[in-house]
Design a protein. Structure first.
Length: 367
């Protein structure tokens, strides 16, 4: 397993070596520099056979060669195959001269990975791997696929490290905690997260993770009072008793779902903030997912005015949609899923172009 973690010095060196990346395509937080576009490895409908007839290995290697140093995955993506393929890619990248301190590696835990091929009886898998192993009681498991006990999340992290072939991940997310609401109360979910924070702060001290975060789909976007609503301030407060390792939040953001930037639904003290503004106020870095909404943004061509704001050098509306997501001044990096090297070559070519500056970014919302 490869030692180390992403550092400011290492990531600076990565971008010095990748001269094709525009300096204005690189963003910075307190811990490292990050490409404004990261590669994601999620595939919907994981049960379909065509999702196993390819490997992400070449796509990840191609993305890194084009200046992407942000790799995102999760234990359950394609029943853990995505993590294993990233591990293969990382081994080849490190053997070819890349260094561990140049790359930001993120994964998630919460959903069951099961295994590939998918077990004939998933209930037997849950009973044998989770319940009998003492990782959780049956009452801790939500709809036979999600679990947030410290024991299960610790096991999930350790298994992810093995598949990724690294001793430490830079960001470990708790995956969609809002999934449990409706079965679990808000109060009990916060208590679960508090216990998880204690365990994860210990993993930081052990050198297994550098930071942790929350990767949410609906939780930080819904209106207060909705079933899946999560209070970002409450989750941060729950974690701070044990340390300050909670430093990242991941949420969807794209042309059809701009809510995190424009909709003030997160209450801090007596004032409401957008999810992105709340994150920054609470000391969290924002990573965005679903930049292309699974390719559902392209029913018709983008307007000439939209193209003008994006920059005339971009070659396609797909690149323009990525430009919209990654240029948000509150966002550290935006994820795009690309399973084929040729798709990576098209998508990540925009790293050679500057993002839209913060002053002009508001023009997207005036069209």
């Amino acid at each position: 397993m490869y030692k180390g973690f992403a550092t400011k010095e290492g990531t600076e060196g990565f971008f010095r070596k990748n001269g094709s990346v525009s300096p204005k395509s690189v963003k910075e937080c307190d811990y490292f520099l990050l490409s404004s576009l990261g590669i994601g490895t999620y595939k919907p409908e994981a049960y379909k056979e065509e999702n196993y007839t390819f490997s992400y290995k070449d796509a990840v290697k191609k993305a890194v060669s084009m200046g992407c140093n942000h790799i995102d995955t999760a234990a359950n993506y394609r029943y853990a195959k995505s993590e294993s393929e990233i591990g293969e890619a990382l081994s080849e990248l490190f053997e070819s001269g890349y260094n561990r301190d140049e790359l930001v590696i993120a994964t998630k835990g919460g959903f069951f990975p099961f295994s590939y091929p998918f077990p004939q009886n998933p209930y037997h898998w849950i009973n044998d791997e989770i319940v009998k192993s003492g990782l959780a009681k049956e009452s801790d498991i939500v709809t036979d696929e999600h679990c947030l006990t410290p024991e299960y999340i610790e096991w999930s992290l350790e298994e992810s490290l093995k598949r990724l072939n690294v001793e430490c991940v830079d960001i470990f997310y708790i995956h969609n905690p809002e999934f449990e609401l409706g079965i679990v109360s808000n109060e009990d979910l916060l208590l679960k997260f508090k216990k998880l924070s204690k365990m994860l702060e210990g993993k930081i001290k052990d050198g297994k993770i550098k930071h942790y975060g929350i990767a949410s789909w609906n939780g930080f976007l819904y209106e207060e009072g909705e079933l899946e609503y999560l209070s970002m301030a409450d989750f941060v407060a729950a974690s701070r008793e044990y340390g300050d390792g909670l430093r990242f939040v991941q949420l969807p953001y794209n042309l059809a779902k701009p809510h995190p930037y424009i909709y003030a639904n997160q209450k801090i003290e007596d004032k409401y903030y957008t999810a992105m503004s709340a994150a920054i106020k609470l000391g969290l870095n924002v990573i965005t997912s679903s930049s292309l909404l699974q390719m559902n943004l392209f029913k018709r061509a983008f307007s000439p005015a939209f193209r003008d704001v994006c920059g005339l050098s971009l070659a396609s509306d797909l690149q323009r949609a990525l430009q919209f997501a990654r240029s948000n001044p509150s966002v550290l990096s935006s994820l795009v899923g690309a399973s084929m090297a040729e798709h990576v070559e098209h998508d990540f070519a925009i790293l050679g172009e500057p993002i839209v500056d913060s002053k002009n970014y508001e023009n997207f919302f005036r069209l």
